[in-house]
Write a protein that binds this ligand. Structure first.
Ligand code: GLA
Length: 373
């Protein structure tokens, strides 16, 4: 099978690849200034580009076969809005973005919570910066891509996906402090430990996902204001009982408990990975799932079923990854036990009358890179 980059191979001046991501642990912590631990997928989006003499952008998608053309006066909708958003954010940052002809091809599944939009933003940004000959340091790019998504596209996401797509390193998980943007590349050698990560794309329809995401974010911000802290990151597990005692609303208390305990689970996971004990990440993943299910209330029957069945069939841990209300589950499994888990999950989906899931094994791939020809 050819990769997205191979399919775009041609005379374009610049060709860059940005991956989708899964998050090992640390969900809905990024917009609370907390901690996350994603890794890049082998599945990536490739964007090629050549300068145009005039300031307009012509973008072709391999996926839809469409070409969308826009200039600075247009407000673009649909998939091309992510491209226009990056043009806008780069210009806001003072980059003189040249007009360009761009082509997009992607191997990141759409709508599965694997950050296909961040992959598109980050690859487009890399190509446009390259064509502009501008100096935009890699460490500044996630914030710019996030701004594109928040302010132009209008999705109130945190910084995890853009940071993962930009900064991840092959064979590692990215420990990111979403307040300082300090990073640590944590070795994550699954094969060396005789393990696999099985991804189950639940195929559950993403109903109400935007509104629910915004509501969770708002509840966290309101709770932080009541507690008199900048963000929920400023509450740690020792301070949790006191914080909960100050909140009257039971739903808000559960949201806060998820975020505070989830931050601790990220720190604990980083500790066990640093110590080379990858299996010990399993129970932390499972605890994270239970917290998302019971306290943050962002799971759906399909993902709960995948997690339960994976655990019943020998997974060391399993959890939903990404924003929630569908999307994917990660199961940490022994190499030799992977097929049994996969089969059991498929059978359980069939028995429950769910749409058949997609399943695949992933290893940590590289963040954004240039393809030289
Ligand atoms: C989506 C958002 C991220 C993050 C996750 C939940 O993927 O884009 O910023 O908030 O949900 O952890």
């Amino acid at each position: 099978m050819t990769t997205a980059a191979e399919r775009l191979d041609g005379p374009a001046q610049s060709l860059w690849v940005s991956p989708g991501r899964v998050n090992l642990i640390g969900e809905h912590t990024d917009y609370n200034d907390g901690f996350v631990l994603p890794f890049a997928l082998p599945h990536a989006t490739a964007v090629s580009g050549s300068r145009l003499p005039e300031r307009r952008w012509e973008v072709t998608s391999e996926q839809t076969g469409e070409t969308v053309t826009f200039d600075l006066r247009d407000k673009v909708d649909g998939w091309a809005s992510y491209v226009a958003a990056v043009v806008w954010a780069l210009r806001e940052a003072g980059v003189d973005v040249p007009g360009a002809r761009l082509a997009v091809a992607s191997d990141v599944p759409f709508g599965a919570g694997l950050s296909s939009s961040a992959a598109l933003e980050c690859a487009v940004m890399a190509v446009l910066v390259d064509l502009a000959g501008a100096d935009v340091p890699t460490r500044d790019r996630p914030r710019l891509a996030q701004r594109a998504e928040n302010e132009y596209v209008g999705a109130p996401t945190g910084i995890m996906d853009q940071a993962a797509s930009t900064l991840c390193r092959e064979g590692h998980a990215l420990f990111l402090d979403c307040r300082s943007l300090a990073t640590e590349q944590v070795p994550f050698d699954l094969a060396g430990a005789g393990l696999k990560i099985l991804v189950v794309d639940s195929k559950a329809p993403h109903a109400h996902v935007d509104g629910e995401y915004a509501a969770r974010r708002r509840a966290c911000e309101e709770a932080a204001a009541i507690l008199g802290v900048t963000a929920l990151r400023d509450v740690d597990v020792d301070g949790l009982p006191d914080a909960l005692a100050k909140l009257d609303d039971e739903t808000m208390r559960r949201r806060v408990r998820h975020v505070v305990t989830e931050n601790q689970r990220v720190l604990d996971t980083v500790d066990v990975l640093r110590a080379g004990d990858l299996r010990a990440a399993g129970p932390l993943m499972t605890a994270s799932h239970e917290s998302m299910r019971d306290d943050y209330e962002i799971t759906v029957p399909q993902v709960d079923t995948a997690v339960r069945v994976a655990l019943e069939h020998g997974a060391h841990g399993a959890r939903m990854t990404g924003g929630g209300f569908g999307g994917c589950v990660l199961a940490l499994v022994d190499e030799e036990g992977c097929d049994a888990v996969e089969t059991a999950v498929r059978e359980a989906f069939a028995a429950n009358g769910f749409t058949p899931p997609d399943t695949f094994v992933v290893t940590p791939g590289p963040g954004t890179y240039r393809v030289s020809r």
